[in-house]
Design a protein around this ligand. Structure first.
Ligand code: HEC
Length: 118
């Protein structure tokens, strides 16, 4: 290895490390970012559960907590999904005051990974 390629390799390693640490902006690969997963765990998992199927204690009363059975997500209408997250509906709280439009967009991509496959 030449000194130059060694330097390049080191830079790549550093960039990968930074991506892992920052998890998000500019480091996005395919699919939703790690930042979106963290946002989901922080803001959504208390009701929808980490696996997206809804916390069992509430799922009986509010079956739509189970995102893996969501007809809306199955349709893949991102505009509608982001509106739901931003403004909430029924007992689902809105997050427009708490999250940026970019974060909401990331969450749309993230919850789509729970969607039923038709
Ligand atoms: C306080 C509990 C609660 C939290 C926190 C919450 N939700 Fe919900 N969410 C609900 C409930 C309840 C429904 C179903 C509302 C209904 O039955 O009409 C729902 C519905 C949804 C739906 C639509 C499902 C469908 O098919 O209608 C999506 C998408 C969704 N939530 C995403 C999220 C995301 C993303 C977050 C975090 C930013 C989040 N929710 C946080 C309670 C919550």
């Amino acid at each position: 290895m030449t000194p130059r390629s060694r330097r390049a390799a080191r830079a790549r390693t550093l960039a990968a490390g930074l991506c892992a640490a920052l998890a998000g902006s500019g480091c996005r690969g395919h699919g939703p970012s790690a930042a979106a997963a963290a946002l989901y765990v922080k803001n959504c998992a208390s009701c929808h559960a980490e696996d997206g199927r809804g916390v069992p204690a509430r799922r009986g009363l509010e079956p739509r907590l189970d995102l893996s059975r969501s007809k809306m997500l199955a349709k893949g209408d991102r505009g509608l999904t982001s509106q739901r997250i931003a403004w909430g509906y029924n007992t689902m709280p809105g997050f427009a005051h708490k999250l940026t439009p970019g974060e909401i967009e990331d969450l749309v991509a993230f919850v789509e990974t729970f969607a039923p496959v038709e």
